[in-house]
Design a protein around this ligand. Structure first.
Ligand code: SF4
Length: 77
């Protein structure tokens, strides 16, 4: 599988997050160089654009990604 197209600009991939998970290298292998369509950052980016991706969102935080997408769909937003 090809690498995620976001790798050049992704805070996580480029180790720019304030609190990198200790499992960062493992996550890069799993998501960035593999199943990026299931990465929480990728999911939010696709749905809300890069402004919608919290700086500290880790690839495995898919529950948080779902909540962000649901919150975006609330009336009044
Ligand atoms: S898979 Fe996720 S964390 Fe990795 S480069 Fe793509 S958006 Fe960033």
């Amino acid at each position: 599988m090809a690498d995620c197209a976001m790798t050049p600009n992704c805070l996580f991939f480029n180790d720019k997050m304030a609190h990198m998970p200790s499992t960062a290298e493992m996550m890069k292998r799993k998501y960035c160089r593999g199943d990026y369509s299931n990465c929480a950052r990728f999911i939010v980016l696709e749905a809300l654009g890069k402004e919608g991706v919290p700086a500290d969102l880790a690839p495995n935080e898919t529950e948080m990604a779902k909540q962000l997408l649901q919150a975006d769909r609330l009336p009044g937003r």
